[in-house]
Ligand binder design. Structure first.
Ligand SMILES: O=C(O)C(=O)CO
Length: 331
């Protein structure tokens, strides 16, 4: 618990001091020495000084590149604990080949990320962002017809990926009286029973054809890269909305631009893009039927604490040679 508070305090201090003036936060006592670094470049510099001692890396957010050179320079490294659920920024096989364990934090992030998904769904359905801009620009007349949205109650939500986040989305959607379909590599009977009324679609196509809202929640892997492409968008209803809270590369962004411009689908709401952020002149930033948020996913005060707690649990287990609660194995 002390370690969790210590690390959480360091993360918060690093955020509040900003990355420019005081990017590094240090702690050292009889039992531990911790250095928190915000920028990739500083991470590389710091590791040169600390390399012999480093036993654990807590990856807060996705930045530092863990490559062969880095792994070779850290002979005592035992574990890399990630602050989120997605591990696509790590070469799992490479890390494992150095005998280093890996862990993520699914328990901590599922609620906050599911909330982000629902917030995007509602905002897109009810054209909140367009409405916000009109309301905030003085002197514009409102006309009711301008903001005709889509009714969420009774609509069909298709969830692609029924992990811990997908399940939390199903629970939330149920409270909005939505019909829920899901697709997952393996059927999740337990989740179906708990989130009463979710229907499994063995084939993704059936889900795409029936859903009014398609929410993408899968991890990015070679198998899910561009999982939602031109063909998949063409299967969707022209009135449907695509919501992506997983990784930008799971959706073929060029195909998405065309689909949004030509009315193949109604709208998109994206917490993730490829790359992040998008270049200023990217077409997606100019389309009215798109909402983009800056990968807000997990970011809440409570999740920040819980993520650190889960990471510390994982780190301590690894350092003590115990089973790691959220261990991630290379597939
Ligand atoms: O948990 C993660 O990996 C996320 O990116 C949540 O947005």
């Amino acid at each position: 618990c002390n370690m969790v508070r210590l690390l959480e305090g360091m993360v918060k201090r690093s955020f509040s001091t900003g990355s420019v003036d005081r990017p590094r936060v240090r702690h050292s006592d009889a039992n531990s020495e911790i250095l928190l670094t915000r920028q990739h470049q500083e991470f590389l510099e710091d590791r040169k000084r600390m390399s012999k001692k480093v036993q654990a890396i807590y990856l807060w957010w996705h930045k530092p590149v863990i490559d062969q050179e880095l792994l070779q320079s850290l002979p005592n490294l035992k574990v890399i604990a990630n602050s989120g659920v997605g591990m696509d920024h790590l070469d799992l096989k490479l890390v494992a080949s150095f005998g280093v364990k890996m862990a993520n934090a699914p328990r901590a992030v599922s609620s906050s990320t599911a909330d982000t998904g629902m917030a995007l769904l509602l905002a897109s359905a009810r054209r909140l962002v367009e409405g916000y801009h009109i309301a905030m620009s003085s002197g514009m007349e409102y006309s009711e017809a301008d903001f005709l949205g889509v009714e969420v109650t009774g609509a069909t939500l298709g969830i692609i990926g029924m992990g811990s986040i997908g399940y939390k989305i199903a629970l939330r959607a149920k409270a909005f009286e939505m019909n829920i379909l899901y697709h997952n590599r393996t059927r999740r009977k337990e989740q179906e029973e708990q989130a009463v009324g979710t229907t499994y679609c063995e084939k993704i196509d059936g889900l795409l054809q029936r859903a009014d809202f398609v929410m993408v929640v899968v991890s990015l892997t070679p198998q899910t890269h561009k999982l939602i492409g031109k063909r998949e968008m063409e299967l969707m209803k022209p009135t449907a909305t695509l919501i992506n809270i997983s990784r930008g590369a799971v959706v073929d962004q060029e195909a998405l631009v065309t689909a949004l411009q030509t009315g193949v689908i109604r709208a998109a709401a994206l917490d993730v893009t490829h790359p992040e952020p998008l270049p200023r002149d990217h077409t997606l930033l100019k389309l009215k039927n798109v909402i983009i948020t800056p990968h807000l996913g997990i970011k809440t005060d409570k999740a920040t604490y819980m993520i650190t707690e889960e990471a510390v649990e994982n780190i301590l287990a690894a350092l003590n040679g115990l089973p790691i609660p959220s261990e991630v194995l290379p597939s």
